[in-house]
Structure formats: structure tokens, C-alpha cells
Design a protein around this ligand. Structure first.
Ligand SMILES: Cc1cc2nc3c(=O)[nH]c(=O)nc-3n(C[C@H](O)[C@H](O)[C@H](O)COP(=O)(O)OP(=O)(O)OC[C@H]3O[C@@H](n4cnc5c(N)ncnc54)[C@H](O)[C@@H]3O)c2cc1C
Length: 288
């Protein structure tokens, strides 16, 4: 199923993100987590793609398992920054063969110290990959977006103009970077609407589990930490079980508010933890 058709049929979609195993010996553990997450019947499950890393090979395998074994629509992430056109053709051909119909098409992070960037043989921006996929046809295409601006971009207006161009190149929907401040996401939606970006924009929500993870995520994403959130982390940072519980409560609170504000899709960064996704779903049961 094309993911764009899910949005047409539903008021609020709920979907999950998982990551593939980093090593072959972790494959069975990920398969088990994916089976348990699929049993929760989300609208779709996305599978990340480690740019140039060892996990890339497993993205298609895990996506196919989600779709063909568990009957849940899969969204395969794909990054292009360190790839040639021939490599992308091979990867998308593999996805096609496995019956995958949805791709989250991204640039990926520029590898550290990459003196080669931009390499004329590689892609420079996600919009180039998206335009190419659109032209070839056969896939429903998603793109990434950043309510608080992408870390490399000098200002939010430039980032929004780049996003508009990316959507015009062929995005059917967008999934946002994680955020902890709903106001930043809601004002981003308003700015997108004013810019003429009309595709569905899914809110990326991460129920946090430990203080180290928050530091890493925030360094990567530049997400604002509201005082309410920081107080919670400070209170429970040395007590992982309580922090996990508080993280689920915080994510639930965010989602309830987003649904009330009319947001059309919630994408939960599950970190491959079925218990967390299940707890959040139980909390919002009947509200969607
Ligand atoms: C929901 C989500 C899922 C993700 N999943 C993965 C994953 O699985 N694997 C992974 O490696 N990474 C993943 N990422 C991270 C992503 O790859 C990085 O944030 C990356 O740095 C940017 O990718 P992009 O596709 O958004 O890039 P782009 O849309 O190309 O934007 C990158 C930067 O270039 C600027 N820009 C864009 N177009 C132009 C243009 N035409 N001219 C000038 N400037 C331009 C933008 O403003 C931005 O600053 C994910 C991010 C999100 C939000």
C-alpha cells in the first residue's frame, strides 16, 4: 500500500520507526522486536538506513519482513550523499523486487572530514534523489523535515524555502525530526502552510529513556528542551526505570496535545522497544 493512501483514509495515523541490526548477531533480536511492534498494528513502520554503514544492507530485509511476514506497510529509509546513481538504482531495484512501495528519501549526514563533498558523481541534496525517484515512478516518496531548522542551515526561512523546493520535486509526505516543544512544531506547520507546502506532515515523537540518549539526540538535532522537560530529566536521570516511565508520560502528553491541535500523523521513534510503543498506544487508545 502507498502511505499517501493511509492519510486519505484516516484522521490521525500512528506509525513507528525501527532501526536494523548493526551486526549480524543482532539480527534475531531486531526480528523479535519488529514482530512485537507489528503486532501492535501501527499504520506503517519505517526502517532507518545507516548511511554508508554496516546496517544499510539490512534495511531492505527488515522492511520486507515487516511487510511480507507481518502484513504492515513498510517505509524504507534511503540516503544518497555517498552514493552514485548506479548504486541508488541497484538499491531501489532491490526494494522493488521485495515489494516495497514507500521510500523516505534523504540526503544523509555528510561523512565527517569528507574533503570530497560535494562529489560530482554523488548526490548533493535530497531533492535530487526525490526528483529522480519521482520521474522513474512506482514509489510513494517521503522526505525529512526539521521544525526547528536543519542544523546546517543558516536560518529557518532558507531551510523552509529548501523544503518547499524538495516537496515540489516529488514528496508525497514529510516526517519531522524529533521535538519536545509542541509549539515549535505547530508554528512550523503554520509556516509550511503559508509557504504552500500542502503534503501531510507527520510529527516525530521520541519517548526518552535515558539522559545520555537525550544529550546525543539534542546534539544531533538541535531540539529545544522546554523547562518542563529538563526538570523531568534532572529529577529522574539517575533512575532509568522512572525516567522511562516519565518519558512515556511526556510523549503521551505531547501526542494528546498534537491530536487535539489536528495533527494528521504521529511517528513514534520506538528505538526498537515494543514495551515503550505499547505503553504510548495504550495511553492514547480511543483518542485517535
Ligand atoms: C524523519 C527522519 C528520518 C531520518 N532517517 C535517517 C536515516 O535512516 N539514515 C540517516 O543516515 N539519516 C537519517 N536522518 C537524518 C538526515 O539524513 C540528516 O538530517 C541529513 O543531514 C539531512 O538529510 P535531508 O534529506 O533532510 O537533507 P536535505 O533536504 O538535502 O537538506 C540538507 C541541508 O541542505 C539544505 N538544502 C536542501 N536543499 C538545498 C538546495 N537545493 N540548495 C541549497 N541548500 C539546500 C537544507 O536546508 C539542509 O540544511 C533522518 C532525519 C529525519 C528527520
Amino acid at each position: 500500500m502507498y502511505i499517501k493512501d493511509i492519510f486519505n483514509a484516516k484522521k490521525t495515523s500512528v506509525s513507528f520507526e525501527v532501526f536494523p541490526p548493526k551486526k549480524t548477531e543482532h539480527f534475531e533480536g531486531v526480528r523479535k522486536a519488529v514482530a512485537e511492534l507489528s503486532a501492535l498494528r501501527p499504520d506503517f513502520i519505517s526502517v532507518t538506513y545507516g548511511a554508508g554503514g554496516g546496517t544499510s544492507a539490512y534495511t531492505a530485509d527488515i522492511s520486507a519482513e515487516i511487510q511480507n511476514e507481518h502484513g504492515i506497510t513498510a517505509l524504507s529509509h534511503l540516503t544518497c550523499v555517498a552514493s552514485t546513481k548506479a548504486e541508488i538504482e541497484r538499491l531501489t531495484g532491490n526494494l522493488r523486487e521485495k515489494g516495497i512501495k514507500n521510500i523516505l528519501a534523504m540526503r544523509g549526514d555528510i561523512p565527517e572530514g569528507d574533503a570530497d563533498f560535494p562529489n560530482p558523481k554523488h548526490y548533493r541534496y535530497a531533492c535530487e534523489l526525490i526528483a529522480e525517484l519521482k520521474e522513474r515512478g512506482g514509489f510513494c516518496i517521503g522526505g525529512a523535515c526539521y521544525p526547528e531548522g536543519h542544523v546546517e542551515c543558516p536560518d529557518r526561512e532558507t531551510d523552509l524555502n529548501n523544503l518547499k523546493n524538495k516537496v515540489d520535486c516529488g514528496c508525497d509526505f514529510l516526517i519531522s525530526q524529533l521535538f519536545f516543544d509542541n509549539e515549535s512544531f505547530l508554528s512550523f506547520l503554520e509556516r509550511c502552510a503559508a509557504k504552500g507546502i500542502t503534503v501531510p506532515i507527520l510529527a516525530g515523537i521520541m519517548p526518552i529513556q535515558n539522559a545520555g540518549q537525550i544529550r546525543r539526540m539534542c546534539a544531533m538535532s538541535g531540539a529545544t528542551l522546554p523547562p518542563k522537560f529538563t526538570r523531568m530529566v534532572e529529577r529522574y536521570q539517575d533512575d532509568p526505570a522512572s525516567l522511562t516511565k516519565a518519558g512515556i508520560a511526556y510523549a503521551t502528553d505531547q501526542i494528546v496535545d498534537l491530536i487535539a491541535a489536528g495533527v494528521g500523523g504521529i511517528h513514534i521513534y520506538t528505538m526498537n522497544k515494543p514495551f515503550i510503543a505499547e505503553s504510548v498506544l495504550k495511553n492514547i487508545a480511543g483518542l485517535i
